[in-house]
Design a protein around this ligand. Sequence first.
Ligand SMILES: [Zn+2]
Length: 380
Amino acid sequence: MHLFQWQGQLILLNFLMFMSWRPCRGLNVPNYGSTFRANPTRRTESFAGRREPVYYEDEYEAAATRAVSQEVRRAKLSAISNPDFYFPPDPEADLAEANIPVPVIEKQKSRQAAAGGAEFSYNPKDKNGPSHWYRIDARCGGRYQSPILLNTSSAHLVSRKRPLRLDGQTNLPDTILLQNDGHSAKFTYRWRIGADRPVLRGGPLKTKYLFDQFHFHWGSNSSVGSEHVYDYQRYPMEIHLVFYNGLYESFQQAREQVDGIAVVGLFYEIYQHSVDEQLNTWTRFLRNVIEPNSEFTIPFIDTFPLYEVIGDVEWPYFSYEGSLTTPPCLETVTWIVATKPLLVTEKEMRQFRQLVAPSGPMVNNFRPVQKLNHRRVFLY
Ligand SMILES: [Zn+2]
């Protein structure tokens, strides 16, 4: 049996040596294989008393300086047309090919998206409701959309996992811009020093992702609100922490790239023991952005780190490839959805429900679940 294996390896070795020699036949290239074959004396004579290197050196110089005869020229040309010869035979021709202009494909941009994408609605009866978002942006009709149903029983368990890490989650920003953008309450952190920006890495992520903003999706009452549905349960609220790949300049640039965005989603459940306790002190700023398209800058003295919002990143989580959950619904998001919910009180939920959207109270701003379409959901 061992003998059989050795024979197989020898045949493979011979084949590889033959293949490496074959393309060099008849070519005057500095290759030991070709000079060896071109010189008949080398095959017949013994090596006794001869200094081999001298021979090689002579052959090189002669090849470089000798005037090219018609015969050699023909041989070279035939070698160039040899399909086995995979190096570019003529650098100039290669360059000319490289200079052929690549056809420019105009990026499709719908009128609505150009106007700021503010026309979409969460009302299912509305003509711009979630089932018609594909008219606002065709990409909302894609096959890898979010949110989805997350089920423990059908998720693929990842056994050999790298830990998910969020560095700089206690760093304080310079200011925080709070916006009512007509669809959600959005907190965008502004950093004096770029290096302070929290970084998400590990887990399903291949590179570092930089923190950009977080926002929320909630319901008109506490039986609905979250976008993802975890084991057939909807939570009263879901936070989305949006990160963009550090390989790109900005969120705007990254969101168009296949590995551009990572979003961490966490559910909130109602803290039952006390109705009026303030668990999330930062919700007090919401009263400054009641009106649609209003904004408020939280000064440095009142800023709060990410740690105050989500705490430690040490929970089991689902991960899958999906999309932004609002138009343009770009399918460039690696989703990380925690299985351990955060806590919120009914008083705090009322603060969210006081916000106003262009069409009325800002509630039920969650997209219906989308089809999985043969995607795999992993449980880390
Ligand atoms: Zn969101």
